[in-house]
Design a protein. Structure first.
Length: 715
């Protein structure tokens, strides 16, 4: 493991402008540099590099990150490889940090040695297969008949197994070496005799996402079965997790902005030959959730291409089911069914690449395929058929994490089975309650689906109930700007409690909330608050973002949390609520001037703890202090990719590019802390007044708080 301190020291020494500039032509554009994005096709530059904040951001495709991230994404290097490359460029050697137990170190060493032996054996076999292809006229003739050139064969490393039963004996000194069987290159019969697994086959090397050779696929060119043969499951290869062609297609996927999933090796290679290089294939198995996760890490747009026959539609349905737990509002999944007489390769050869791209653009989205398939399976002209359709659909919808797309699908399904949205919501809630009463169905329940996709460090929040209730504490709803209305018994006001003397008049003018024009949507601590049905509201813009006026929404929840628009029906989702104004202001201040954390101590952190919705601010401070990161690029690298703070950093990165430097950031920070402390003191004073101040200690405490408020007012 590379120590975090070294990574931060490295990022402080390298310049992201120099790193990106090796691959992208940059020109000056104000305080930043501009260039054509290397991750997607564009004619006008939308790719921006900030020398002061040490990160890059593309306003076209959203690519962003530090110097390390750029090398990983652009060159395909692994994280350690990228770190070592950068370290070498500035004359540093990478130290290793090992906090594992002796048993863990021994197991890791054993595993590393095992992987190394398998990889070496596979590499030797690949070299042999390449030589065999060059010497085999029948194999070359077959590839030419399939329309493949030597260039594309070299790009994918295609080879030929040969026809000998023990052909690999030529290149391995010990044909009886156990690693040959373990790696799947050789089969050992029950009587101990050995022979090559692959014979008379075109060989397709299978590489993982880092480019390492992990297995082979073989296609027989004569008569015989099976037509396609894969390596068996080994310590380095699992066909349920790997995708053929993903390594070779990585650049084309970025340029095209989407990835195509086809059925076989020849489809992938054939499409690449015809100019469509962003295709991958599952390895003779149904699409799995692991496949889907890997695809979505590569692109937010995926097109599954299947044959239009019954077998193809069954495969597509299994792929759809694997996709459901991974659905989000920012991804697009489509299902393309070609005519029965065509596969992708033959279709492109007959109609051209642009016609195929047009088909992909018009392919049904996942939601349409889901609803159409359900409709075809049941007689929607009868009540029984509609009920059966809903019965089959409910566990599928329950597998989708809470998101806007899920609500849209629920609404369309309700129309399809002739239910009102309210009836649909009630039935879904009853089904979820039954599942919970019987121990919970594995696919049903918003919380379970969300937890499967939220990542190991995400916090699972209870799902909202059918009436629109959410989760969170009452305090979560105070101060406004959190995506939910204030509770009925609390209105935003800076009036000092009645017990305070006249010296405190006018404090509200000194500590009003700041307006927040154009605030983006980002995750926040806590859910909404308030109870019962209240008036519509919106965040006030006059004099500050803390006020509320009449709006179009209604508070429709019971209990705590759960605001939604008045006309919204269906399930209530857990949205990405906006960061409150004060929290966003502090985050922007810290991200623009991370050096502020150098002067912070426990007392300032304690003040921040008293502010509502400022947990993210504290997380950022702790991250900067513990990692040593002192610019946005380094903070992005230091944050856990699955954490809320990483999502916030990503969301705010584009806004920070055009932000001007503040003349007195320290003064701004101290003013904000004074405001937080003042609000906290005032809240405590209010509670004391509500209690009647019956005890002498309470009155004494009140006076102490009043004196501190007076000091803050004069500060």
């Amino acid at each position: 493991m590379i120590p975090e301190s070294f990574i931060q020291d490295l990022l402080a020494r390298v310049d992201v402008v120099d790193v990106v500039g090796r691959y992208v032509q940059l020109r000056k554009g104000g305080a930043n540099l501009l260039g054509l994005c290397p991750f997607h096709n564009e004619k006008s530059p939308s790719f921006t590099v900030s020398p002061t904040k040490q990160f890059y951001h593309c306003f076209g495709c959203g690519a962003h990150g530090s110097a390390i991230t750029f090398l990983i994404e652009h060159t395909g290097a692994s994280f350690p490889e990228a770190v070592r490359t950068l370290a070498g460029s500035v004359g540093l050697s990478v130290p290793e940090e090992d906090r594992r137990s002796p048993q863990q170190r021994a197991e890791s060493a054993r595993r590393k040695e095992e992987v190394s032996r398998h990889t070496q054996a596979l590499d030797v076999a690949q070299t042999h297969y390449l030589k065999q292809l060059r010497a085999s006229a029948p194999a070359i003739r077959y590839l030419k008949q399939r329309g493949l050139t030597g260039e594309i064969a070299a790009q994918f490393g295609l080879g030929w197994s040969g026809t000998d039963r023990q052909g690999l004996m030529q290149v391995f000194p010990r044909y009886d070496d156990p690693v040959l069987v373990e790696s799947g290159l050789v089969i050992e019969s029950e009587d101990g005799r050995r022979y090559d697994r692959f014979r008379e086959r075109i060989m397709f090397p299978i590489r993982n996402a880092r480019g390492a050779l992990i297995g082979f696929g073989g296609r027989i060119i004569g008569k015989g079965e099976p037509k396609y043969l894969n390596s068996p499951e080994t310590p380095v290869f699992s066909k349920g997790q790997e995708l053929y062609g993903l390594w070779e297609a990585r650049q084309a996927i970025r340029l095209e902005g989407q990835v195509i999933v086809v059925e076989g090796y020849m489809d992938v290679v054939g499409l690449a030959q015809l100019g469509i290089g962003n295709a991958v294939a599952t390895l003779g198995t149904a699409t799995t959730p692991d496949h889907v996760k890997k695809l979505l890490r590569t692109s937010d747009k995926v097109v599954f291409s299947f044959d239009g026959d019954k077998a193809g539609r069954r495969a597509a349905w299994r792929a759809l089911q694997a996709c459901l737990p991974a659905l989000r509002d920012d991804i697009t999944l489509r299902f393309l069914f070609l005519p029965d007489e065509h596969d992708p390769d033959s279709y492109v050869r007959e109609f051209g690449a642009e016609a195929f791209r047009a088909c992909m653009a018009e392919a049904p989205a996942l939601s349409r395929f889901l609803l159409d398939e359900l409709g075809q399976r049941h007689n929607l002209g009868e009540a029984e058929g509609r009920a059966a359709c809903l019965h089959e659909a409910m566990p599928l919808i329950a597998a989708i994490p809470p998101c806007a797309l899920r609500i849209q699908i629920e609404r369309e399904l309700a129309r399809q089975v002739q239910l009102t949205p309210e009836e649909m919501t009630q039935i879904m809630a009853q089904q979820a309650a039954k599942a919970q009463a019987y121990g919970g169905a594995p696919d049903a329940g918003q919380g379970q689906a969300a937890a499967r996709n939220a990542g190991p460090r995400a916090v699972q929040r209870p799902a909202a109930d059918a009436t629109g209730g959410g989760s969170g504490s009452a305090a979560d709803g105070m101060r406004g700007g959190d995506g939910g209305p204030p509770s009925e018994d609390w209105a935003p006001s800076f009036d000092v409690p009645a017990y305070v003397d006249g010296d405190f008049d006018g404090m509200s003018q000194d500590y009003e909330y700041m307006p927040d024009p154009g605030m983006g949507s980002m995750p926040e601590q806590g859910a909404g608050a308030g109870a019962g049905k209240q008036q519509g509201w919106q965040q006030g813009k006059q004099g500050g973002g803390g006020g509320y006026g009449k709006g179009q929404g209604k508070w429709q929840g019971k209990g705590k949390g759960g605001w939604r628009r008045e006309n919204e029906v269906g399930g209530v989702i857990e949205p990405r609520r906006p960061v409150p104004t004060l929290a966003k202001r502090l985050l922007q201040l810290l991200l623009s001037h991370p050096e502020l954390v150098d002067t912070m101590g426990d007392q300032q952190l304690e003040v921040i703890d008293h502010g509502p919705h400022l947990g993210m601010v504290r997380d950022l401070i702790v991250l900067a202090q513990s990692s040593g990161a002192r610019h946005l690029g380094a903070l992005l690298e230091a944050a856990d990719p699955e954490s809320d703070i990483h999502l916030v950093l990503r969301s705010m990165s584009a806004d920070l590019l055009g932000q001007e430097e503040l003349p007195h950031p320290q003064a701004e920070w101290e003013d904000a802390l004074h405001r937080i402390e003042f609000d906290s003191l005032r809240a405590e004073m209010t509670e004391l007044v509500k209690g009647g101040l019956k005890e002498a200690a309470e009155r004494e405490r009140y006076q102490e708080l009043a004196q501190r408020c007076a000091i803050l007012k004069r500060a």
